[in-house]
Write a protein that binds this ligand. Structure first.
Ligand code: DGJ
Length: 549
């Protein structure tokens, strides 16, 4: 059933006086409201936790990235269509250098403008992806006039002296051209977008080098490689200064040098863009195996893989965060990546990931790691007619149905979730295959999740779901008071400290979340609460108050 219709139907019934809407704290919103025009989106940090502030309040990116060649007028209708289906609140879309600067210093912002106008018309925010010098380690998005001058805008040189299909980070001409174009983009955004429809920009796309080429061996690179390691890096890594790369880093010297070179280059592009318009900027990362990494020849060398995060932080202060593109199917690896990139000095953003069921469940894990956003990749299907697409999306097996459900749950509550996560009071997990039960501490309770068909009686054995699609969010609203939502699981709370104490559900209200307001729909009791709170596949929020007896 269409949720909007459902709620508007409900609203014709008058609520009994015992059920009263509750406003959940809005301190940050109040400070923004007094500021007048919408403030610039920005990242904030407190006690090692992060929030993306949009319109003065923490914002959660419920994102969706279109395919690489879909940010064109002919394909954007399919993008908007899919974003609506997904209940996403943010589109991640590329800006192609080859299209944006078709001739030197001649800029064509027409597609950027269409993206911004389209996003506004569909009540969406935008994260723009600058497909500049690097796109997946190559330089395929350089404008034709640059491709025609390979001597001026060179590729990397291999150890054997051959050109590699990856741009050299040691070319001052390419750097200047990218700085110039990115400046033009940010300047245009500032002028076109006072409403801040665009909330972040990704600088380049998965920078680094594939194919077993760990670094550039051009004469310019060789000269720098033989010189002392820059002091910013030796200080950050607390290693002896004044020595060259090989003497400082031994077997890691080639990779570290490349990471530094790529990051240093991108920092200059980002810093120039920020001078024009200071939006939050990030780069995305093609990961290495987080549990059993091979040598740098086996992954994209030079990108911000987990082993060189500190190098990137030292080299690229104008980049606000390093964001992992998570295409790991094994849950241990997925969770490990979240651990590696959620750091006090790095806000966790998953800008690309697998959206297919059952991997959509990792949205919960990202939230549980404090993420400011999560976004599946390649969501649009421009080759489908509207009729084909409508038929496909009616099927419960439609690949992104799980993402659509997750986002339907989260979208209404997104301000609350983002704020409570920033306060460090949000708990969220997903079902791990082979683990039908999960227990984790929440205040004085052990939250207990059981996955699979819930049975009556408190001592039934959980079986898990046929596919691991369960997940839950517990947001602390106050002592013993929670907002709880989830899918395909039962949630209960066990008193942790005192062996004699038992849990009592003082009040469980099913609520419609409307911004920062919880509007009660009904009270859950009896079968609905006696053995825990059962979540099926309909997005449901519960306002829960507990006590012990
Ligand atoms: C990661 C890249 O960042 C995307 O642009 C796209 O190429 C995907 N890989 C393809 O799976």
């Amino acid at each position: 059933m269409n949720p909007t219709k459902f709620y508007s139907l409900r609203s014709v019934f008058k609520l009994p006086a015992q059920l009263q809407a509750v406003v959940v704290g809005t301190t940050l919103a109040v400070s923004a409201a007094s500021a007048g025009s919408p403030p610039l989106p920005r990242l904030v940090q407190q006690d090692g936790r992060h929030a993306l502030i949009v319109d003065g309040e923490p914002y959660l990116i419920l994102g969706a990235q279109c395919h690489n060649s879909s940010a064109w007028p002919s394909t954007l209708p399919a993008v908007w269509r899919e974003l609506g289906y997904l209940n996403a609140n943010t589109l991640e879309a590329p800006v192609y250098w080859e299209q944006f600067e078709p001739a030197p210093d001649k800029f064509d912002p027409s597609i950027v403008d269409q993206l911004i106008d389209g996003a506004r018309a569909h009540q969406l925010r935008l994260v723009l992806l600058w497909f500049g010098t690097w796109k997946n380690g190559s330089s395929h998005y350089l404008p034709l006039w640059m491709k025609a001058q390979p001597e001026k805008f060179p590729r990397m040189i291999s150890k054997e002296g051959k050109p590699v299909d990856s741009p050299s980070p040691h070319s001052p001409e390419t750097l200047q051209a990218d700085v110039h174009a990115f400046r033009a983009l940010m300047k245009h955004l500032k002028q076109k977008d006072p409403e801040h429809t665009v909330i972040m920009v990704q600088v380049e796309n998965e920078p680094g080098t594939w194919g077993g080429f760990v670094r550039d061996f051009s004469p310019a690179a060789e000269k720098l490689f033989a010189a002392p390691v820059p002091a910013e890096l030796t200080t950050k890594l607390r290693v002896e200064s004044g020595k060259n790369w090989t003497d400082t880093f031994g077997a890691n010297a080639d990779e570290y040098f490349h990471a530094w070179s790529v990051a240093h280059y991108i920092n200059q592009v980002a810093a120039a863009g920020k001078e024009e318009y200071a939006l939050p900027l990030y780069i995305n990362v093609a990961l290495r195996d987080p549990l059993k990494p091979g040598p740098a020849t086996t992954y994209e060398s030079g990108g911000a893989t987990d082993n060189v995060i500190d190098i990137w932080k030292a080299a690229a202060p104008a980049i606000d965060l390093l964001a992992p593109d998570i295409y790991q199917f094994e849950p241990e690896k997925y969770l490990k990546v979240l651990d590696l990139y959620a750091r006090p000095d790095n806000a966790l953003l998953v800008p690309e990931t697998i959206g297919m069921t059952p991997f959509h469940r990792h949205f919960f894990d990202a939230l549980g790691h404090g993420a400011i956003g999560w976004s599946p990749f390649g969501v649009d299907h421009p080759q489908m007619s509207d009729a084909e697409w409508l038929t496909a999306t009616q099927s419960p097996d439609y690949g992104d149905a799980g993402v659509a459900r997750n986002f339907r749950l989260a979208r209404a509550a997104m301000r609350i979730l983002a704020r409570i996560n920033y306060e460090g009071k949000l708990h969220a997990v997903s079902e791990e295959p082979g683990h039908p039960e999960a227990i984790f501490p929440v205040q004085r309770w052990d939250a207990k999740l059981t996955y699979g068909v819930p049975a009556f009686g408190s001592n039934h054995k959980a079986q898990g779901n046929p596919k691991p699609t369960g997940g839950a969010i517990i947001a602390e609203l106050g002592p013993d008071e929670f907002l709880v939502g989830g899918f395909s699981c039962r949630v209960d709370f066990l008193p942790r400290s005192d062996g004699q104490a038992q849990r009592e559900f003082l009040r469980v209200e099913e609520v419609k979340v409307n911004g920062n307001v919880l509007e009660p729909l009904r009270i859950w009791n009896g079968d609905e609460t006696d053995y825990g709170l059962n979540f099926a596949t309909t997005p449901t929020w519960l306002h829960v108050k507990l006590r012990t007896f």
